[in-house]
Design a protein around this ligand. Structure first.
Ligand code: GLN
Length: 483
């Protein structure tokens, strides 16, 4: 089979095609790199070209012996905050430029075990801090649907790569929306797993209590397949929840998926506040479509949601200020020839190595954790977090899933918000509550406004990934209007 257009190709197709000899893995990988070479989008920081092509040749030679591998020969793009042995990993920061990890993250080991091929490391907001991929030291990534607009963030390179056919699958990380926001802006599927499902070993930490690694794909079935692979058990992440193997099969793709008869959907009013009218309309149309397929919906309210954004930013910045203390220029990355005492050297390196947004957050986080303010800000934010979690849990005992717009707007113009950090933080209003509560959620494309994709977010209870995957498949296979 001649590989004509990568954009129509799913991981499920690739695996089947390689196994039965219809697709040459070497040709597929070369075509991916040709696309990347021609692209203006700036999706990648580092490419893994030589190794990837060598591995593709091995896959073609041994496809018989490798039959059991779930991702045989599938080209995967990896967000640059996930450690890859032998491949530079920068978090899109000057301070980590040149850092080559000596080990693979657990999710990378899992991908390799299942025969996936790593294409390269994708662009992102520096240390995952942002909503637009504009805080990268390596320059912004462009939105594939409109090159004058942002791809969303912080996993903007991963989402844009999948959307533009520069990878078939991608991994991102989501602390407060970083998988779902770029999925929404680039018109792809993004899934944030339940906190504790996927090992974070080898993920360079921004805010440990909030983040998870997850899939960015062109379709829901591929997201389920990738999630199945990366949620492998790992003793090295003590926050990975030990769940029984029968509930692990909850997020393994099942052929019966796509039936939403009797499904109860909660539509929370607070998630519709301040949403652009054309985005709200697209989301309501999606909800009506679920109704046509036999689900029912009800409007409801979550009264603590209005505190979620403030609580999130206090917690995320506090954790970041402590996590980023390890970047001292002595152990990793950037080195400067400073002839001074340790304090001066440390300040000079951090002053030069970190970008403005990262410094802003370290300062605010340090402030929120300092004596006298700890109780007033950090502890209070933790209490709000508990209230939000309880409120979600109660709602999800009654409703199977909640539905809302992923983002309150479509992709905005490059440069439009970067000078005003608060306007960027506000864009996260619908994504951060889910991280505070540790719940799984998915963003699926639900139409477009003036050619720009809109994302529908579905949320379910802890470890109930099967419910959102099932509903997203129903929507995608029956009703999805491609953008
Ligand atoms: N935009 C949010 C932030 O800047 C979320 C980022 C993320 O999920 N990593 O913190």
């Amino acid at each position: 089979m001649e590989i004509m257009d990568m954009r129509g190709l799913t991981a499920v197709d690739v695996v089947a095609g390689i196994k039965n000899g219809d697709i040459s893995c070497e040709e597929l990988i070369s075509r991916i790199y040709e696309r990347i070479d021609r692209s203006e989008l700036n999706c990648y920081i580092t490419l893994n070209r030589d190794e990837a092509i060598e591995e593709a040749i091995m896959v073609d030679r041994n496809r018989g012996a490798y039959r059991a591998k779930k991702l045989l020969g599938v080209p995967v793009a990896i967000k640059d905050c996930i450690s890859t042995a032998g491949i530079q990993t920068t978090c899109a920061s000057k301070i980590l430029t040149g850092y080559v990890p000596p080990y693979d993250a657990t999710v990378i080991e899992a991908l390799k075990r299942e025969g996936a091929i790593i294409i390269g490391k994708t662009n992102m907001d520096e240390f995952c801090m942002g909503t637009s991929t504009e805080t990268s030291y390596y320059g912004p990534t462009l939105n594939p649907h409109d090159h004058t607009r942002v791809p969303g963030g912080s996993s903007g390179g991963s989402a844009a790569a999948v959307s533009a056919g520069e990878a078939i699958l991608a991994l991102g990380s989501d602390t407060g929306g970083s998988i779902r926001c770029p999925a929404s802006f680039c018109g792809v599927v993004g899934l944030k797993p339940t906190y504790g499902l996927v090992s974070r070993y080898g993920l360079i930490a921004y805010a440990n209590s909030l983040e998870q690694i997850g899939p960015l794909t062109t379709n829901v079935r591929d997201a389920a397949l990738l999630l199945e692979v990366i949620s492998a058990k790992d003793e090295r992440d003590s926050t990975q929840v030990k769940i029984a193997s029968n509930s692990r099969s909850n997020y393994v793709f099942k052929d019966g998926y796509g039936d939403v008869k009797g499904l109860r959907i909660g539509v929370c009013r607070e998630f519709l506040e301040g949403v652009a009218p054309e985005v709200e309309e697209a989301v309501w149309n999606a909800i009506y479509s679920f109704e046509e397929l036999g689900a029912s919906y009800e409007e409801m309210s979550l009264k603590y949601l209005k505190y979620a954004l403030a609580a999130y930013y206090i917690i995320a910045m506090s954790e970041a200020s402590s996590n980023l203390a390890r970047f001292d220029g002595l152990r990793y990355g950037l080195r400067l020839d400073v002839d001074a005492d340790w304090h001066t050297t440390f300040s000079r390196i951090r002053g030069e190595g970190f970008g403005e947004e990262v410094k802003r957050r370290i300062i605010l986080g340090t402030y929120a954790l300092s004596a006298g303010y700890y109780g007033r800000y950090y502890l209070k934010a933790l209490k709000v977090r508990t209230l939000i979690k309880r409120e979600f849990d109660a709602a999800l005992r009654y409703y199977d899933i909640l539905a809302m717009p992923t983002m309150p707007c479509v992709a905005f113009k490059l440069g439009e918000r970067i000078k005003d950090p608060l306007s960027l933080y506000l864009a996260d209003v619908n994504t951060v509550p889910v991280n505070l509560a540790g719940l799984p959620s998915i963003s699926v494309p639900c139409g477009a406004c003036n050619g720009l994709p809109v994302g529908l977010q579905l949320v379910s209870g802890q470890f109930e990934e099967d419910k959102i995957i099932n509903a997203a498949i129903a929507y995608e296979s029956n009703l999805r209007r491609d953008v």
